[in-house]
Design a protein around this ligand. Structure first.
Ligand code: ZN
Length: 475
């Protein structure tokens, strides 16, 4: 009897399990599983890096400071954020949304949450759902931590060096991968993902859309809209988003697993904002913005150096200073306002007009300061600095250390300074090179290199001292 009873119970349980199985919504079994990629960075690193990249981007992008447009974007954005599946939620992340006054159909998001939507994107969308689709896709890159996951794969470069695209090359060596990253700016590095990551962002994006009450098919529709309206142009969406071959089919397949009743398509707010934007007149394209002197996302750092060698005759440093946030926000510094910021391979230069040019396929500087972050074997400041100087000497045959390493203060922390002599390869002039170093918390070596012809060095002492005094280093 007991045995029979057991059997009955077992049979009942089996039936219950089977019932539960079939009663489960089909979608749970059909939705594509998304797993987080291995990531050696902390969640707080995403936040920190995104913040730095956002500071840099905002220095260079023309933001559309229109409260109606911004608050509308934020409402849609927040609705999507609230719809992120719980397993991909990060309380540390702070999502926010800003409009960029640019014509190209594009949008991008940075690690930890900052998102930028081009005016061109809002104007091109045929409905709120389509605009939300692109935003959901971008949110997914952030939620899945694609920026730092990508950096984890490229272990060649350290945290600052890899993600902020700095370190490694100094004094104009041949352009490598790091140089390419640096040349394109931080934002572009975070923008460009593999097809695999793109597919994941499409799938999670579709799911977020459905959770938020939008039709996930609008994400696929938006891609069609972008394609029809020339999103393949240099500043457009597809320039930074490689399109997986079966993108539309894949999104629509996923959409089939997701049920949304009465999805939001168009809203009165969307129409009002579109009308408002159209009334503002034509926005500039990213290319026009870059040409007009703003550097994002590409610009003067690509082939815009004079093709002639530097003349070596330049104006005195101005006594007025301009503050810059550079190297992905890692460095804040004031330099004479008649100097220009010039990304150089993996570092950044500030130099006056006439003090730089091309010589034997490298960019050569005669006057100015160079900031960067270098990877060293040693974590001891003295040894790391010596290692750095040895590397420097390898790429510059005439460089000679003329003094000992002396203690100094760099941005409130311990630093070392030393003097070197050099003969400038382009002008043949004797020059004085001052190297100042300090250690970052990551263990990487921050450096500042000040260069001037020997016979002019007295004129630059004040400027170099003021620059050093203004230095603030993050990290
Ligand atoms: Zn993407």
């Amino acid at each position: 009897m007991i045995k029979n009873n057991r059997t009955r119970v077992q049979r009942l349980m089996a039936a219950a399990v089977a019932l539960a199985f079939f009663a489960m919504p089909l979608s749970i079994f059909s939705q594509t599983q998304i797993k987080l990629h291995s990531n050696k960075y902390k969640v707080s690193d995403d936040v920190k890096l995104g913040r730095q990249a956002a500071a840099e981007a905002e220095q260079q992008l023309p933001l559309l400071n229109d409260s109606e447009v911004t608050s509308y974007l934020s409402r849609v954005g927040q609705r999507l954020v609230n719809a992120i599946p719980s397993e991909f939620r990060r309380p540390e992340f702070q999502y926010y949304f800003k409009a960029v006054n640019a014509r190209d159909i594009n949008a991008f998001a940075l690690p930890g949450g900052p998102m930028y939507v081009n005016r061109g994107m809002i104007e091109a969308a045929r409905s709120e759902g389509e605009m939300a689709g692109v935003m959901a896709h971008e949110l997914s890159h952030v939620a899945l931590r694609h920026g730092t996951a990508q950096a984890t794969k490229g272990q060649k470069y350290g945290l600052l060096a890899g993600i902020l695209g700095i370190g490694g090359q100094i004094l104009g060596g041949p352009a490598g991968a790091a140089a390419q990253i640096a040349g394109q700016g931080v934002g572009v590095y975070f923008l460009k993902f593999s097809r695999e990551y793109e597919t994941e962002a499409d799938i999670l994006g579709a799911r977020i859309m459905a959770n938020a009450g939008y039709d996930p098919r609008d994400l696929a529709n938006m891609f069609r809209t972008i394609e029809q309206q020339g999103g393949g142009s240099s500043g457009g969406w597809f320039s930074s988003h490689p399109s997986p071959s079966d993108r539309y089919a894949r999104i629509n397949q996923e959409a089939g697993y997701l049920r949304v009743t009465n999805p939001v398509r168009d809203t009165r707010d969307f129409e009002r904002v579109q009308a408002r934007l159209r009334g503002m007149g034509r926005a500039s394209s990213m290319e026009e913005i870059a040409r007009s002197g703003q550097r994002y996302p590409s610009g003067e750092n690509k082939g815009n150096y004079p093709t002639n060698a530097p003349r070596g005759r330049v104006a005195y440093p101005s006594t007025r200073y301009q503050q810059y946030s550079t190297l992905g926000g890692a460095v804040r510094v004031s330099v004479p306002n008649n100097w220009r910021q010039l990304p150089d391979n993996s570092s950044v230069w500030f130099a006056p007009e006439g003090a730089y040019g091309q010589f034997q396929n490298t960019v050569v500087y005669t006057h100015g300061v160079n900031f960067g972050v270098a990877q060293t074997q040693s974590r001891n400041l003295q040894q790391a600095t010596q290692e750095f100087l040895n590397n420097l000497a390898q790429g510059n045959n005439n460089l000679r250390q003329s003094g000992n390493l002396l203690r100094t203060t760099v941005g409130g922390r311990t630093g070392l300074t030393t003097s070197l002599t050099n003969t400038n390869e382009a002008t043949g002039q004797a020059e004085v090179v001052t190297v100042i170093t300090s250690q970052l918390r990551s263990g990487e070596l921050f450096y500042m290199i000040a260069v001037t012809p020997r016979n002019e060095s007295a004129n630059y002492q004040t400027a170099f001292r003021n620059i050093l005094r203004s230095l603030q280093i993050v990290g």
